[in-house]
Design a binder for this molecule. Sequence first.
Ligand SMILES: [Fe+2]
Length: 327
Amino acid sequence: MLLGGLAAVGGLTAAPAQTGQVVVYSARHYGQEPAFEAFTRRTGVQIKMLNGGTGELLERLKAEGDKTPADVLLTVDAGNLWNAARAGLLQKMDSPELQASIPAHLRDPEMRWVGLTVRARTIMYDTRKVKPAELSTYEALGDPKWKGRLCLRTSGYVYNQSLIATMIRRHGEARTAEIVRGWVANQPVILSSDTKILEAIAAGRCDVGLTNHYYLARLLAKDPAFPVAPFWADQATTGTHVNVSGAGVTAHARNRAQAIKLLEFLSSPEAQQMFADVSFEYPANPQAGVTPLVARWGRFKQDDLNIAAAGEFQAAATRLADRVGYK
Ligand SMILES: [Fe+2]
């Protein structure tokens, strides 16, 4: 698969360092444009984007080494950011401002990446058939009452790897295996995207599922009568699993200072609000507001486990899913 926009920035490889631009390799395909434009208006610094899948961009950064034109890597899921940091592709950012803006559980303890937007991966239910009182925890989706009524995404997708990885960090492998075994015992319908899960619930194919919250917000923006609602899982205990989209400065960034300035701007309440309004995500900076469609779902307790666990336990999560037969 070809990287979108490859030709546009391909020539930058040989270009001299310029202070007037920041090159962003982005695996996040929507929502950042207004904030990028605001940064350029404010600073005069141009932003050049190269879009691609996370795997492609990481391979490209490795292959380019110190010749890379990239200053910033922007991607989704802490598991991906953690993998980029572990591969030596990101550098530590010395920025008290970033540390103040982004809560500690949403950034790398070594400050090689920070979360910029927050996505909750939680229980979605058919509002025509399920009452919120019937729901409680991720674990309770393994109750036999949900047999044949549960839709899940494939276990190999990074969002689910991260969910299971953070469960391992929280509960240990044995209990996490019990939880996932419970889901598998309910013979879930396995689908290939979060949107398909929500559409399957609306179509009556299943009654409950697990997805990121913003996919539901997008469907509700198009159809306010879409018959699915979120339930915030694990509120009586550790809180709902959250993940991030986020960014770091590349190890060989030519425009390091400007790259950090860009990330500081993106973490400011003003830019965070722009992200939230376009993408229906929660701002990582708690000072920024939530967009109305999402705000009406109320406040909920986030699991405040450091999201780096998504990477640290990713391999263990994959093995666990295989072992208990979650496809
Ligand atoms: Fe997504």
